[in-house]
Structures are given as structure tokens and as C-alpha cells.
Design a binder for this molecule. Structure first.
Ligand code: PMP
Length: 305
């Protein structure tokens, strides 16, 4: 199916036609992966369209840039405003937003001080892992590729180059007929999905892997930990060996794109009853309730467009 694109994009300080937001073939980021980015969703609510945890996401964008000494020539408020502007310019409400800051054209050495170019795109996106997955769940596999070791590439930065790892994991899973791949860390312990954090359920409690397990400290992960604790569901952050994927009562992935995607089997073994379980469904209810108004937003997460 041919991809269709939105009309307008924000690029280097202004809204312009999508087709004009181009990059030079010798831009630093294209060769060396030197970009940092975010994935953010906006939702319709009874009180109008909101961008979910916009400020938190863009703070992480600046933190990712800090790790790599990428100077973003805008303030946090300006990037937040760009996100709002690009949604409005395209007449969107429920959308996926992609701010990206990248080393542009201006030097070919690894440590070159190039200008930083910045763009924010927004488009309509359904469930990341396919239609119906939020209800039915996916079949996942453990990847033959490991995540990078903590003293190699920092998993805590959401940088373009990190997604070479994610592409290996995701593409291998699709090639083998699975919905998504799960990676182990260099320690051999569980890390995360190609682009999602993991939650396992044991006896009604949520168990999730710690930031030391080569993962991105997900904002959805943090949201679910907060929602669970506020609703009397215990949350444990701990190292988890691979075999517990097969032994847990329920399993799901979470992320901005994947939202809360249940996993019904891993490596061909059914997880629990082999279908989305009650704790997973409760977390979906609490999460999506933020946008329907059923879950009270006590945290100021819903930022108006
Ligand atoms: N891990 C990776 C590798 C990701 O790319 C993402 C998506 N940004 C996540 C986890 C989930 O993070 P978040 O909930 O902040 O989208």
C-alpha cells in the first residue's frame, strides 16, 4: 500500500510543506546515526485533543541530546509549541508525533561540530503492531540478537543509532512470523522489546525489567507503574531471567506506539491462558481511561493541543 503523507511539517523553526523538509545526503546523522528523537501520541478527550505527557517526552529529547552533546537550538517550550503547531497545521487530533534533532551538513569527522537541524512531524497512526492487537495480543519470540552492553551505546538515550539494534530484533521476529521480538541484555537477562518495555504478571503483581537492563526508560512504563500503584496493584522492578517469560500468568509490551499490547505466546509457548489476562486488561482500562475521562488525570499528563 502506498504511504500517504501529511501536508505540513515543522522544520528548523517554521511550518512548511512536507516535500520541502529535506536533508542533504552528506548530513552527519545519515552516516553515523547522530540523531535523537521522540515518539509522542495525541488523543481525543471529552475536553478536546491532548498531547500525552508532551513535556516529559521533550525533556527526554533534551536529555538524549545532552548525552551526545547535540545542541538543540530551541528551548523546551519552543519544541512543545512546534508539536502543537504541527498537529494544528495538519488538522489532526489523534496523532503520532515525531520530534527529531540531528547533526546536519557541516563536517564529516565523527566529532565534527555540525549545525543541529530539528523537525517535528505528525501523522495519523493506528495500533503499531497491527489491527486488533490491543484486543487479541501478539505472538512474540526471544531474539537471537542481544541488546548493546551498557558501556557501549547508552540505552537511556533515544538516539537514531540505537535503532539498528531494534531493527535487527524486529525484522528477525517478522521474518520468523512473530508479531514482535524481545531482546536479552548482554547479561543474558531480559531487556525489552524492539521498541517497547515489558511487563510480566505474577500473582496479580506487575514485574518489569530495570533501567540497568539496557532499555529505554519508557514514559508509558512510568505511566503504568504510577497508575498501577495508585490503584493498589503492586509493581516490582527487578532482573528477570528469560524463562520467566514462559512461566508468568500474563505478559504485555508497552510504549507510545504499541500502547499496551498483550503477548499471548513467547517462542510458541502460551503465556498463561494464551489470551490477554485480567491484569493486562485492567491496565488497558486505566490507561485508555485517561482519554475517555474514566481515569482521573491526577498528574497533569494530558497537555492540551
Ligand atoms: N523501548 C524502546 C527501545 C523504545 O523505542 C520505546 C518507544 N519510544 C520504548 C521502550 C517505550 O518508550 P515510551 O513509552 O516512552 O514510548
Amino acid at each position: 500500500m502506498a504511504q500517504t503523507y501529511p501536508d505540513q511539517i515543522w522544520h528548523n523553526g517554521r511550518i512548511k510543506p512536507w516535500a520541502e523538509a529535506t536533508v542533504h545526503v552528506m548530513a552527519h546523522a545519515l552516516h553515523y546515526g547522530s540523531s535523537v528523537f521522540e515518539g509522542i501520541r495525541s488523543y481525543d478527550t471529552p475536553n478536546g485533543a491532548v498531547i500525552f505527557r508532551l513535556t516529559e517526552h521533550n525533556k527526554r529529547l533534551f536529555n538524549s541530546a545532552k548525552i551526545y552533546d547535540i545542541q538543540i537550538p530551541y528551548t523546551l517550550d519552543e519544541i512543545n509549541a512546534a508539536c502543537r503547531a504541527v498537529i494544528k497545521a495538519n488538522g489532526l487530533s489523534k496523532a503520532y508525533l515525531r520530534p527529531v534533532a540531528y547533526r546536519g551538513l557541516g563536517g564529516f569527522g565523527l566529532s565534527a561540530e555540525t549545525p543541529t537541524d530539528v523537525a517535528v512531524a505528525a501523522w495519523q497512526m493506528g495500533p503499531y503492531l497491527g489491527a486488533g492487537v490491543l484486543e487479541q495480543g501478539i505472538d512474540a519470540c526471544v531474539s537471537s540478537w542481544q541488546r548493546f552492553a551498557p558501556n557501549t551505546i547508552p540505552a537511556g538515550a533515544k538516539a537514531g543509532g540505537n535503532y539498528l539494534s531494534g531493527q535487527l530484533v524486529a525484522r528477525e521476529a517478522r521474518r520468523l512470523g512473530f508479531g514482535e521480538g524481545i531482546a536479552l541484555a548482554s547479561t543474558g537477562l531480559l531487556s525489552e522489546g524492539a521498541g517497547e518495555n515489558l511487563f510480566l504478571v505474577f500473582d496479580g503483581a506487575l514485574h518489569t525489567t530495570p533501567v540497568s537492563a539496557a532499555l529505554l526508560n519508557g514514559i508509558t512504563r512510568n505511566t503504568l507503574i504510577t497508575l498501577a500503584r495508585a490503584n493498589g496493584i503492586e509493581v516490582v522492578e527487578r532482573d528477570i531471567p528469560r524463562e520467566y517469560l514462559y512461566l508468568c500468568d500474563e505478559l504485555f509490551m508497552c510504549g507510545t506506539a504499541a500502547e499496551i499490547t498483550p503477548i499471548r505466546s513467547v517462542d510458541g509457548k502460551p503465556v498463561g491462558a494464551g489470551k490477554p489476562g485480567p491484569v493486562t486488561q485492567r491496565m488497558q482500562e486505566l490507561f485508555f481511561g485517561l482519554f475517555s475521562g474514566k481515569t482521573k488525570d491526577q498528574w497533569g499528563w494530558l497537555e492540551p493541543v
